[in-house]
Write a protein that binds this ligand. Structure first.
Ligand code: NAD
Ligand code: ZN
Ligand code: ZN
Length: 391
């Protein structure tokens, strides 16, 4: 089959590789109809997530048709159309029982690596380094789906791929980012990052009752999408405005009730010395993060408010403003998305016409053009927000 492989920093290549096989009785093989490139893939592409190996198949946002099943998968049949959540979860461990699927205790065969890095193992993730299990990803013609009796959601209706594909990751992620804000009526929510994750965080905050949402980015075309499509009431371009000051002015001097970081470890354009410091430390691998957006979200949040971190971080950060967090009573909530928890409720909202997540798609390419897709997305060329690949 053809698959998009990581071949080093800033380099991916579509190669012919062996087809996946059923390895366990709870596996399925899915023939992929649609797959997408995520901001999380850029952290791999840019070389900031350790334990990638040349030839690893990328991709964790995919859907398609079940073509083969292990003999213990009773809830699916060959021919079913499914969307697959990016965290691999067993459905039966302590974490899964708490619906915290992205920290499943049984799905990461390299648990020891994750334990050494994070103190405890985390779930397996498709196409996301050996730290999360070294599973082959879904930017390919086929993928092996472990615990297929737990993860995949069968799509019963004929709703097109483009409306359900993002259930695999970014729609639940944006939703979880908003849900973690414990929104009450009247709340103002600020969202850093107007990528597709940020767009869904904005739309979800409004669905969950926020009075207004403020979107922050530097790309005007993304800010335009945030106001016209996702529903942000205000947009702020951090290249032209002092964000902290602007947020105070929009919130009667108090700061947003909740701040969502939908940027993660590769934030751009901090100012002054501290940004130079982060850039040098990240480039020399002495610190993994470039946390400008997160620091700003913490500083700007109303006292007693929530900072919801859905942007991905890899390891260690310097100059973390714990004094601000502690003295102003902020709560930090975070996580890789527990996608399985949100599949059915969000599918219902899609079928009811409350959300059409396809508005974020700006680029549709054949799988073979994945390398061009990565470059366009990385450099935000051609007004790119989200790239969907067809194998
Ligand atoms: P993206 O690259 O399309 O968007 C990131 C946006 O952040 C860009 O528009 C960029 O201009 C903006 N940005 C950069 N620096 C900023 C700053 N200082 N202030 C405000 N905005 C800034 O990526 P995406 O696909 O939307 O993903 C966003 C983040 O979410 C990534 O870190 C990704 O890894 C993460 N993610 C997390 C999960 C999860 O489960 N928690 C799932 C999917 C993606
Ligand atoms: Zn993703
Ligand atoms: Zn589990």
């Amino acid at each position: 089959m053809r698959a998009n492989c990581w071949t080093g920093r800033n380099s991916v290549e579509v190669r012919t590789v062996p087809d996946p096989k059923i390895l366990n009785s709870r596996d399925a093989i899915v023939r992929i109809s649609s797959t997408a490139i995520c901001g999380s893939d850029l952290h791999l592409y840019d070389g900031y997530i350790p334990t990638m190996r040349r030839g690893d198949i990328l991709g964790h946002e995919f859907m398609g048709e079940v073509v083969e099943l292990g003999h213990d998968v009773y809830n699916l049949q060959v021919g079913d159309r499914v969307v697959v959540p990016f965290p691999i979860a067993c459905g039966a461990c302590n974490a899964c029982n708490r619906q915290q699927f992205s920290v499943c205790e049984n799905s990461n065969p390299n648990a020891g690596l994750a334990e050494a890095m994070f103190g405890q193992p985390t779930a397996g993730i498709y196409g996301y380094s050996h730290l999360t299990g070294g599973f082959a990803g879904g930017q390919a013609q086929y993928a092996r789906v472990p615990f297929a009796d737990v993860g995949p959601l069968k799509i019963e209706s004929d709703v097109p791929d483009e409306r359900v594909l993002f259930l695999s990751d970014i729609l639940p992620t944006g939703y979880m980012g908003a849900e973690m804000c414990d929104i009450s009526p009247g709340d103002v929510v600020a969202v850093w990052g107007a990528g597709s994750v940020g767009q869904f965080a904005i739309a979800s905050a409004l669905l969950l009752g926020a009075e207004k949402v403020i979107a922050i980015d530097r790309f005007n075309y993304r800010l335009r999408m945030a106001s016209e499509r996702a529903g942000a009431a205000h947009t702020l371009n951090y290249e032209h405005e002092d964000i902290h000051q602007a947020l105070l002015e929009l919130t009667g001097g108090r700061g947003p009730d909740a701040c969502i970081d939908a940027v993660g470890m590769e934030a751009h354009h901090g100012t002054g010395l501290i940004h130079a410091y982060d850039r040098i430390k990240q480039a020399t691998r002495a610190e993994t993060e470039r946390p400008h957006a997160l620091r700003q979200a913490i500083r700007s949040c109303r006292s007693g408010g929530v900072v919801s971190v859905i942007g991905v971080y890899g390891g260690l950060m310097d100059k973390f403003p714990i004094g601000t967090v502690m003295n102003r009573g902020l709560s930090i909530r975070s996580g890789q998305c527990h996608v399985q928890r949100y599949l059915r409720p969000l599918m219902a909202r899609i079928e009811a016409g409350e959300i059409d997540p396809s508005f974020v798609i700006t680029h549709r390419l054949p799988l073979d053009e994945a390398p061009a897709g990565y470059e366009t997305f990385k450099h935000k060329r051609d007004d790119c927000v989200k790239v969907v690949l067809s194998p």
